[in-house]
Design a protein around this ligand. Structure first.
Ligand code: ZN
Length: 496
């Protein structure tokens, strides 16, 4: 994500006045440990064993899946007990009545003997839930949709859930993080940007980035409107009875917050980047004059990042400018969304860098958000350097010149706070961390690291200790003190 406030340019000195006094005891692992976070279901909700016949064979009783996936900072986000492989979403939306109707077909695999499980869903009336084609009991509590299948599901077994639902979607409003996000109705449709946990405002699922899945979208809207989702179109849109159906497919794993069904009136430009990758740009007619630039710069940036970070991980690139004045952009997979402004090169460079850092490689827990935003911010500096404007070194020095009492130093970016995830420190000090690392280990090791980080964890989930460990392995240097100073200490670092 980038907000207009946070987006840096070669000349902008960006020193947020926000920030909180942080006391952070966490430290970098010094590289010896790179354990991924394992959701600890019992820490979130004590499980109540429910025996069933199938459990005898596996030797373990079936129990409810936890109502959270195990991210301590967001205890009810996502769910335990299963892993989603694919979402098939059939959606209809009418901007005039603001009515959405949906059928979600979820293919998942049990990760425990499962007596019942939760999906995340905010609002709507659920009319039907089936598991493996058989009616299932369901209940609602807050943003949890509890599902109890007719028979428990043995560990490691594939199963399908189908949920039919309808109602008026409500975005998340007044969040301390992003203000308004999720499914946001607009004058002519909807602007759908869901970081960190707004997917539940338009479809039921496992709404946490540590459970990634592929997606099929079938979206029906009034004729004359365009529905945009992730990935590439499947066939031509079909119009019948005054409504048009658009089908999109994202076949690569995707975090739920990166999914979109933005719709409305759009002008589109489709083709390929100079490097030969499919490129799809779309703008609300109010931004007619920005369409060509969005298309061209997105293509050039994507091609360039492919040489710096490694091959582009997805099958198309592009961008969408809608007229909802969000004031921020979000790196929706294959289609970054710009909310109410024509993006400059720096923001495009930022959002497209996220296709590698955040989208292909997703964080396992939100406190590691600097792995997305520090990298995307540093990418802005690399783009500036590439374009012959300010160098990364110059930009680093400008930011480093902030006084010792600047709020950026009192917020340790390696431990993003759940009520202030998008603090300037996570972005700018996160980017500075990478520059400090680059200076310490030198350009050859640094750029090798960026590529190897991507190729090793392509489509996967990552944590900060894993990055520290790889940096130490590739450079042959002990880097614990450097990462401690830059990521985990609430004061101005003096080491690099
Ligand atoms: Zn970002």
């Amino acid at each position: 994500m980038a907000s207009k406030r946070l987006a840096t340019t070669a000349t902008a000195a960006l020193l947020s006045t926000l920030g909180t006094i942080g006391t952070v005891a966490c430290s970098a692992s010094n590289g010896e440990s790179a354990l991924p976070v394992k959701p600890d279901a019992s820490a979130v909700s004590p499980v109540t064993p429910v025996a069933s016949a199938s459990d005898v064979a596996t030797g373990r009783e079936a129990a409810p899946g936890a109502p959270g996936i195990g991210d301590a900072d967001f205890p009810t986000d996502g769910n335990g007990g299963y892993d989603v492989g694919h979402y098939g979403l059939t959606l209809g939306y009418d901007p005039a009545s603001k009515h959405l109707s949906g059928v979600a077909r979820i293919s998942a695999r049990a990760t425990q003997n499962l007596a019942s499980f939760n999906l995340d869903l905010s609002g709507f009336t659920v009319s039907r839930v089936t598991v493996n084609g058989k009616p299932a009991r369901f209940d609602r509590a807050g943003t949890e949709l509890g599902v109890t299948p007719a028979a428990s599901i043995p560990n490691a077994t594939a199963f399908t859930v189908e949920v039919a639902y309808a109602g008026e979607p409500e975005p998340v409003r007044g969040s301390s993080n992003l203000g308004t996000y999720g499914f946001i109705p607009t004058k002519d449709g909807a602007f759908v940007t869901c970081q960190p946990n707004g997917a539940k405002t338009w479809f039921p699922g496992n709404d946490h980035p540590s459970d990634k899945a592929s997606y099929d979208f079938e979206i029906t809207v009034p004729a004359g409107l365009t529905a945009l989702a992730n990935g590439e179109p499947v066939g031509e849109p079909k119009t019948a009875g005054g409504r048009t159906t658009f089908r999109w497919r994202e076949s690569h794993p995707m975090a739920s917050y990166l999914a979109t069904m933005t719709l409305g009136k759009f002008e589109m430009l489709q083709g390929t980047t100079p490097g030969g990758l499919k490129n799809v740009a779309a703008v609300d007619p109010r931004f007619h004059g920005s369409l060509r630039k969005l298309y061209d710069v997105s293509g050039r940036v994507t091609d360039y990042w492919s040489t710096v970070f490694g091959p582009y991980p997805f099958s198309s690139t592009g961008g969408v400018v809608d007229d909802f004045p969000a004031g921020y952009a979000l790196e929706n997979q294959t289609k970054p969304m710009y909310g109410g402004f024509a993006p400059d090169d720096a923001i495009i460079a930022h959002e497209l860098a996220h296709q590698w850092f955040g989208d292909s490689l997703s964080i396992t827990r939100w406190k590691d958000l600097w792995l997305n935003e520090g990298f995307a911010t540093y990418a802005e500096w690399l783009w500036s350097e590439h374009e012959g404007q300010g160098t990364a070194e110059q930009l680093f020095r400008r930011h480093y010149s902030a006084g010792a009492d600047d709020p950026i130093w009192s917020y340790a970016p390696g431990k993003a706070k759940p009520d202030d995830l998008f603090n300037n420190s996570v972005y700018t000090r996160g980017g500075m961390t990478l520059h400090a690392l680059r200076r310490r280990i030198g350009d050859p090791a640094f750029f090798k690291l960026l590529k190897e980080w991507n190729s090793t964890h392509k489509y996967g989930s990552v944590t900060t200790p894993e990055f520290v460990a790889m940096a130490e392995k590739i450079s042959g240097k002990k880097l614990g003190p450097l990462f401690d100073a830059w990521l985990f200490t609430a004061k101005k670092p003096t080491t690099w």
